[in-house]
Design a protein around this ligand. Structure first.
Ligand code: AMP
Length: 476
């Protein structure tokens, strides 16, 4: 596809993407990376891309769309080589252009470098200034640019990429779990807090894989070895695997929302299974906010484990009351007005016989803007639910995220403006209970491991970008 013209301004799109990389001396890796990305599709549905190398030439293929829409057999056949990286991208609307799809690629003399980024930098304006750039569209593009200039400086060194990353990475602030490659190696790098996950696996028959989530390793038959540590840089090439630590060490701060919503339930983080943690959230939620009701109904998919935990702990029977249209994803087809009026039903459809005449506990993992939840409550009442008791397995989402969630505009967060009872009224529920932050941390089983709780607590572990008036960041 032709590259589109760049915008004139530097945006800071919120991204919670998926990254995957593989180095396997005995096989072509394009299919492996494809299936790795396929397993990480939930982390980003706007674009997908893979770069591979046969040791001589780096080839990049990327496009807008889901992984299965972007790649077909001929595309994968064109991606030759035994090492490569892949990326699935999620971003705010407006920055969904081909140019912003990743991997980002630069040719510097004889070195061909590609980069895939999960997270969000907090110093994009400063970086753009340092680089004298006003036309880059994403923070990831700025990273690729900074890196390519550092490579230029180090071109004479055999380990040019490694040295260049060590030199440039300390200028990046905020959240970045990145996979980087040149013709001969792959590199995985996590910011000092480790906001976004990244783990290492071994490939049967030889080689290594890097993945945002452990579930993607399972899917391609790789064995989970360990998490890449916050602040660690892992380099994999013909000489094997080695680590560097380019940053001063600091308190780890994995995004707590990975446990709540982002990660697949079959992934593990900080050594803990995400599904079990979500069940435990539901259990603690039922202790903190019991309800008198006939059934516990989850909002699928992400509310299911917490609803199971709530039902088990409370003794209220669990029932499926909503069916998710699994393939709705993010579609490029704009619904016609008539279809748009169907609203939430495009995504979720009720099972009236499980809801009608019942007092329902509706369990979801989070309320961000409140628009989906409000429609859901109304839909449950339409099909005859006599009471709707909303239970949320995370605390009120009050603060914008600058580390990779699509919520940097505080004005859209319902809990930033309303108290819990006002939210209940706005959503039309009979009662509303949020899990406490202490309860949520307890449910992870690793409360002291180090989490970023900024969106729930307002405690940002790093400097954040200057906030414009519309975000109204004063603490209440
Ligand atoms: P709403 O009522 O519009 O705030 O939507 C709540 C739903 O959004 C819940 O089912 C959450 O699982 C889901 N959700 C939470 N965080 C995000 C996110 N970053 N992107 C998309 N959906 C999300």
């Amino acid at each position: 596809m032709p590259e589109e013209a760049h915008n004139d301004s530097v945006e800071a799109p919120g991204e919670a993407c998926g990254v995957f990389a593989a180095y396997s001396p005995n096989q072509r890796v394009s299919h492996l990376i494809y299936f790795g990305l396929f397993a990480l599709q939930h982390r980003g549905q706007e674009s997908a891309g893979i770069a591979t190398s046969d040791g001589e030439t780096v080839t990049v293929y990327k496009d807008l769309g889901l992984v299965a829409q972007v790649f077909d057999e001929p595309a994968l056949a064109g991606l030759d080589g035994h090492l490569g990286i892949g990326h699935t991208r999620y971003s705010t609307t407006g920055s969904n252009s081909w140019a912003n799809a990743q991997p980002a690629h630069r040719q510097v003399g004889n070195t061909s470098v590609a980069l895939g980024h999960n997270g969000n930098l907090t110093n994009t304006a400063e970086l753009a200034g340092m680089l004298g750039i006003s036309s880059a569209t994403t923070d990831s593009d700025l990273m690729a640019e900074g890196l390519s200039r550092a490579i230029d400086d180090e071109r004479s060194d055999a380990r040019g990429l490694e040295m260049a990353i060590t030199k440039v990475a300390p200028t990046w602030k905020g959240a970045f779990s990145v996979v980087i490659m040149d013709q001969g190696r792959i590199v995985g790098l996590r910011d000092p807090q480790g906001f976004r996950p990244l783990c290492l696996g071994s490939i049967p028959g030889g080689g290594w894989a890097l993945s945002s989530e452990s579930a993607a390793l399972d899917l391609v038959g790789a064995r989970f070895v360990r998490e890449v540590a916050p602040g660690e840089m892992v380099v994999i090439d013909a000489n094997g695997i080695r680590s560097h630590y380019p940053f001063p060490s600091t308190q780890p701060g994995l995004c707590l929302f990975e446990f709540v919503y982002f990660a697949r339930p079959d992934s593990r983080m900080y050594g803990m299974g995400i599904h079990a943690a979500r069940r435990k959230m539901g259990q603690i939620l039922s202790e903190e906010h019991p309800a008198e009701a006939d059934v516990v109904v989850p909002v699928p998919e992400s509310g299911i484990p917490a609803a199971q935990g709530f039902a088990t702990a409370s003794g209220i029977p669990y029932a499926d009351g909503l069916v998710k249209n699994r393939y709705v994803g993010r579609t490029f087809i704009e619904p016609t007005q008539g279809l748009r009026d169907q609203g939430i039903r495009l995504k979720l459809n009720p099972i009236p016989e499980n809801l009608s005449g019942r007092r329902v506990v509706l369990v979801d993992d989070s309320i961000v803007r409140g628009s989906t939840t409000r429609q859901l409550v109304a839909m449950l009442r339409q099909v005859g639910a006599v009471e709707v008791h909303l239970r949320v397995s995370s605390p009120p989402y009050r603060w914008p995220c600058f580390y990779g969630m699509d919520t940097s505009d505080r004005s859209t967060l319902i809990a930033a403006h309303l108290e819990v009872d006002e939210i209940r009224e706005h959503l039309g529920a009979d009662s509303l209970g949020y899990l406490s932050l202490e309860g949520l941390l307890e449910a992870t089983g690793v409360a002291d491991a180090g989490f970023c709780t900024a969106c729930l607590s307002g405690d940002y572990p790093t400097d954040i970008p200057e906030i414009s008036d519309k975000f109204q960041l004063e603490r209440s």
